[in-house]
Design a binder for this molecule. Structure first.
Ligand code: PXL
Length: 291
């Protein structure tokens, strides 16, 4: 019998303060009518983007027992969605999890959370990058930001990159395994006032682009929010370009709702003010099919 609502296994950390990871994934997907089952990778007092004095509990040692208990109950998922990981060893655990829970053919979405603005996050290192290259082999969809795409492909981080080269990166990323690669925060070499999300679907050989006005403020957790909207949208039955549009529109609305207030950016976007947007139908879209 079909489930009344779709179900996602969400493999991310729980950061107590700062609006990232599970604190973003759960409200977004719940608002979109999707059940979130959390498989926490680590518990932190705050996320690591802009905070330095945080506590960090790595949950690697408890994950296998946790997964085994889900397996014994016999639950299955419509989607397996991973993000920030607490240790390189977790990659093998998640890879086994994907194999073990494959009977229902879940969509596997991997957000290779590793860094931003050309640098790795404080808890990441080269081993994590190597392991992440392995994990994405198992994905249907990956959503690296521009920095993470550069690390995955071992390319220099160059904001002047021509769009033709970004398209080559996307093709190379799908050659590593995933059917769909989506690069977020892709620079626009013809305008520093715009930023884009560019995606490639290997199965139909099409590239899609959604661009938006660049607002000069960086809020941690927006990558988690973007991929969560993509997951929700795909599970609701949207096409790839509509999912991209919904993701970009949501993040733009969240940044606009936040930017006019004076508070530290490291606290993240004011998600609470815009969650209701996710209930609204898509009235306009701006995606482009790229040549
Ligand atoms: O938003 C990505 C993210 C998730 N989890 C933790 C982080 C970050 C980015 O800084 O530090 C713990």
């Amino acid at each position: 019998m079909k489930r009344p609502v779709s179900r996602v296994a969400a493999i991310h950390d729980l950061s107590g303060f700062g609006r990232s990871s599970l604190a973003v994934v759960i409200p977004i997907l719940s608002t979109m009518g999707i059940q979130v089952c959390s498989l926490p990778t680590a518990v932190l007092s705050t996320h690591t983007g802009g905070f330095t004095d945080y506590s960090f509990v790595d949950l690697t040692d408890s994950m296998e027992e946790y997964i085994e208990s889900w397996y014994k109950i016999g639950i299955d998922f419509d989607c397996i969605y991973s993000g920030f990981l607490g240790s390189p060893r977790q990659i093998n655990i998640i890879s086994n999890f994907i194999d073990k829970f494959s009977t229902n053919n879940p969509v596997v979405v991997i957000d290779p959370v590793m860094g931003d603005n050309g640098k790795l996050y404080q808890t990441m290192n080269d081993e994590m990058v190597r392991e992440m290259r392995n994990l994405i082999r198992k994905a249907d969809i990956i959503t690296p930001n521009f920095t993470e795409a550069a690390y995955l492909l071992d390319k220099p981080y160059n904001l002047q990159i021509p769009v033709k080269e970004i398209k080559e990166w996307l093709k190379k990323l799908t050659e590593l395994g995933p059917k769909i690669a989506i690069i977020t925060s892709a620079p626009s070499c013809d305008s520093d006032k715009r930023t884009s999300v560019i995606a490639y679907n290997r199965e139909d050989d099409r590239f899609w682009k959604v661009s938006c006005v660049y607002i000069p403020a960086h809020y941690p957790g927006t990558g988690d929010a973007f991929t969560s909207v993509i997951v929700g949208s795909i599970l609701q039955g949207d096409s790839l370009p509509i999912a991209l549009d919904r993701g970009v529109q949501f993040i733009t609305a969240a940044i606009r709702a936040s930017y006019g207030f004076e508070y530290p950016n490291r606290e993240g976007v004011l998600l609470e003010k815009v969650l209701g947007n996710l209930k609204m139908p898509v009235l306009s879209s701006s995606y482009e099919l790229m040549e």
